[in-house]
Design a protein. Sequence first.
Length: 67
Amino acid sequence: MFVSHLAPRSATYAERDLVDVELWERSLERSLRRRELAERHRRQAPRTKGTAAVLGAALLTSPLLPA
């Protein structure tokens, strides 16, 4: 949900009023999803970094190896 900085303040607060149960639940679901994705990324980052290093080394050494 994009809220323009040019919108009147009352309009901004009306859209983001977390007293509304539906809005609160959507906000909570987004927050939990972001945390889940961040945790997954933290676990996979070293693996991804290692794979990138191995592929980079293979690309650098492949032209040096005799055919």
